[in-house]
Design a protein around this ligand. Sequence first.
Ligand SMILES: [Zn+2]
Ligand SMILES: [Zn+2]
Length: 152
Amino acid sequence: MYVCTKCGKLSEEQPTRREYHREVPGDSYETFVDNCKCGGEIEKAVKCAVCDDWYDEDSLTEGVCRYCLHHELTPENVESFVGTFEIEKCTFEINAALEYIFTSDEVNEILMRELKECLHTKKIMPSRLEDAMNTYLQDTWAEFLKEESKGE
Ligand SMILES: [Zn+2]
Ligand SMILES: [Zn+2]
């Protein structure tokens, strides 16, 4: 399967055109790969690992399409992604008194509880969530969705 990188049109075969060499006797020609009617380039298509739709490979993140990365941003998915997936640890500035009182695990637990609450009440800024999933965590998020869809 082939797909236009501009308009997304699918085709079974890569369109080609022949250019005949008139100056050479006989049936001599060269075959060129044609562009889509819209002017976009036609590339080999690959299936999104989650929705099974065809896309050009460069538009996928770890094999997952943009639509799925965005559409699967449900409270349940985000919750289990943050809660169970292996995400690297980082440092964070926190009130020193709180740092003495709570352990890292407790802070994570509290924030996890708060995240759940925010996700279900939409209190959390959706743009910040989108940002996290679409930029900083994009690859891990895609891997997570891929794993999830395999499990079904
Ligand atoms: Zn096109
Ligand atoms: Zn998809």
